[in-house]
Design a protein around this ligand. Structure first.
Ligand code: ATP
Ligand code: MG
Ligand code: MG
Length: 597
């Protein structure tokens, strides 16, 4: 697992721990946790990380990377990872999203109450602290109420090459700023009429330090605090305070926030100097977000796929959401293996989709029970069955559940006089090198060629004798004869050598199943590159539904269980639609990477 490989974050943590950086850190009582630890006690957690999603959508594979990283580091170093809902925006939070986020974390094998010291954190619980922090800044002369219009503010912010211009309101006294800010809080001013800004440096080469906005007026109800507030903190102001309040040691975020780090440090430094926080303060570290080819990891765009019904919901097996991957048949182990393999880096790059699928195959190969299934069924009639065995005979066959794990046992199924085979396993006029079934015929030179022989896997060698066609000339059945005494596992099995081995399902004992064949959702590696509308490159063949047949034992497959259908790939019994009355399997992935080949 991820615990074995090293990365730059682990090096940082190990150096911090070796330097005893957090030894002096006293537990002053994290908001909401006060009852768990007396103030002044040493923090029982060696490090604290956090995973801070906004509960405004379902988590995707990129979030999985962040979860494995943050929860994984905490687990590895005797720390705690805080599950924090970043809900400072008075947007409608949906309980559906909250629950799905918690569920995804548990499914990935993590919990947010490790060591009994952590619980579910909610950024909106800290509005009082954030407000207090803003007043401290004002009192120290480090924040002011600006009454420029949004357009003026934008114009005066400057550019990358040009310094910004000071606001005419920048030099208000602390008293005046405090009065106005309190009026903002009391609802005395219109939305957009004024804003609280940090007073840093309009000439800074880092635009994020040009007096960033920290509080804005929004007359909006908040799911947690109701109508208590009509001013809300900006994310860049709220986040460092959340981290400091929770005594986070390593605040790990994606590279887009690198330019925000100076403000993060500035803000916490000011609040420490004002007595609100103490050293050691949390520190922000950035890593490269996951960009995966053929995949979109923008919540907004994923939302669009769902609301415009390009997919069947957040958990559609084509979606890169954790619920989608799970329904597709991904195991948590595959996700961990993937995250371990891609590692953590400081430079943005694209990860090839085949790395994700490779991890998936490697994980499932070891775990998935084997089974036979026919996805494109064509009937095969064994014409000498009745004569050899009697019409009602069913010949017991068996196969290992897993070829490398005897302890997983054996599976039993019967060979009968009629079976389903794949349509592609018969050709009337086969090309050279075709080792499956073809009837006796005369070739181009008029030479008689015998019907071909192949083995019904785990059963007998058969020889093709012909085929039947329907009125339209379409092949409706293949005819073949059992070659006696060639059954797999008997002394005569090798008496006749054949190159072709056919998977099959008994036509009388197999179970019908709906089989959903999934593929990549987009036809282009970079679906939203260069401002292209990603909907234009949706893969129309990303979902195909076929009616097939599966080994009788699969009639009792539990929803959510993984299988390798021999020669076809990995499949999972659908978690929603599969049941005893109707078997439904999703193709998780093919056996080999065949994309674009
Ligand atoms: P939004 O764009 O709606 O803000 P987001 O992608 O930033 O969405 P959050 O819910 O804010 O999603 O993310 C929670 C955490 O997951 C953040 O710390 C973020 O850094 C991390 N995260 C999000 N996307 C990725 C990604 N593609 N790779 C790695 N980490 C990610
Ligand atoms: Mg975000
Ligand atoms: Mg984002």
């Amino acid at each position: 697992g991820a615990a074995q490989t090293t990365n730059f974050l682990k090096n940082i943590i190990e150096a911090d721990l070796a330097a005893n950086k957090f030894a002096t850190r006293n537990w002053a009582g994290v908001p909401g946790e006060a009852s768990l630890h007396a103030a002044g006690q040493p923090d029982p957690a060696k490090i604290r990380t956090r995973f801070p999603p906004e509960p405004n959508g379902y988590l995707h594979v990129g979030h999985a990377k962040s979860i494995c990283l943050n929860f994984g580091l905490a687990r590895e170093y005797g720390g705690v990872c805080h599950m924090r809902f970043d809900d400072t925006n008075p947007e409608k939070e949906d309980l559906e999203y909250v629950n799905s986020i918690l569920d995804a974390i548990q499914w990935l094998g993590f919990s947010w109450d490790a060591n009994g010291t952590s619980h579910q954190y909610q950024a909106s619980d800290y509005f009082d602290f954030m407000y207090h922090a803003a007043e401290l800044l004002i009192e120290g002369g480090h924040a002011y109420v600006d009454q420029q219009t949004p357009d003026e503010m934008r114009a005066n912010r400057g550019t990358l090459t040009e310094a910004g211009k000071n606001s005419p309101w920048r030099d208000r006294t602390a008293e005046e700023n405090l009065r106005l800010f309190r009026e903002m809080k009391d609802g005395k001013h219109q939305e957009g009429s004024m804003i609280l800004r940090a007073k840093i440096d309009m000439g800074s080469p880092n635009i994020n330090l040009r007096d960033p906005a920290i509080y804005r007026i929004r007359f909006a109800e908040h799911h947690n605090t109701g109508n208590k507030w009509c001013i809300y903190p900006m994310y860049t102001f709220a986040h460092p305070i959340e981290d400091a309040l929770e005594r986070i040691t390593h605040s790990i975020c994606t590279l887009e926030f690198e330019d925000q780090r100076p403000f993060y440090d500035w803000l916490l430094g000011q609040l420490r100097d004002a007595g609100m926080f103490a050293d050691p303060l949390p520190h922000q570290y950035e890593f490269a977000r996951l960009n995966l080819t053929y995949v979109i990891t923008s919540k907004r765009k994923l939302m669009q796929l769902v609301t415009e019904k390009h997919v069947d919901g957040w958990d559609d097996p084509r979606m890169p959401t954790i619920v989608g991957l799970r329904r597709r048949g991904y195991s948590a182990g595959a996700i961990h293996l993937f995250c371990d393999r891609i590692g953590v880096s400081k430079g943005d790059s694209w990860i090839d989709y085949s790395i994700l699928e490779g991890a998936l195959r490697d994980d499932l190969d070891e775990k998935a029970a084997r089974a036979m299934a026919v996805l494109d069924p064509l009937k095969l009639k064994l014409t000498n069955w009745d004569a050899l065995f009697g019409a009602d005979h069913a010949e017991p066959c068996s196969a290992p559940v897993h070829p490398h794990h005897e302890d997983m046992g054996r599976r039993q199924f019967n060979l009968t006089g009629e079976v389903w085979i794949e349509r592609e396993d018969f050709m009337e006029v086969p090309p050279k090198g075709y080792h499956r079934l073809s009837p006796p015929r005369s070739d181009a030179a008029g030479v008689e060629v015998a019907g071909s022989m192949a083995r019904l896997k785990y059963g007998y060698v058969i020889r093709c004798t012909g085929c039947e066609k329907d009125a339209d000339g379409k092949i409706s059945a293949v005819l073949a004869e059992i070659v006696p005494d060639t059954k797999s596992g008997t002394p005569g099995a090798d008496s006749v050598k054949v190159k072709g081995v056919l998977t099959w399902v008994s036509a009388t004992q197999g179970a019908p199943a709906e089989i959903r064949l999934f593929d990549r959702l987009f036809t282009e590696a970079h679906p939203d590159a260069g401002g292209r509308d990603f909907l234009e490159v949706l893969n129309p063949n990303a979902k195909k539904v076929v009616q097939g047949w599966v080994e009788p034992g699969l009639a009792s497959a539990a929803a959510g269980s993984n299988f390798q259908f021999e020669r076809h790939g990995y499949f999972v019994a659908d978690s929603k639609d599969h049941g005893a009355g109707k078997l439904v399997f999703n193709r998780t992935t093919t056996l080999k990477d065949s994309w674009g080949k």
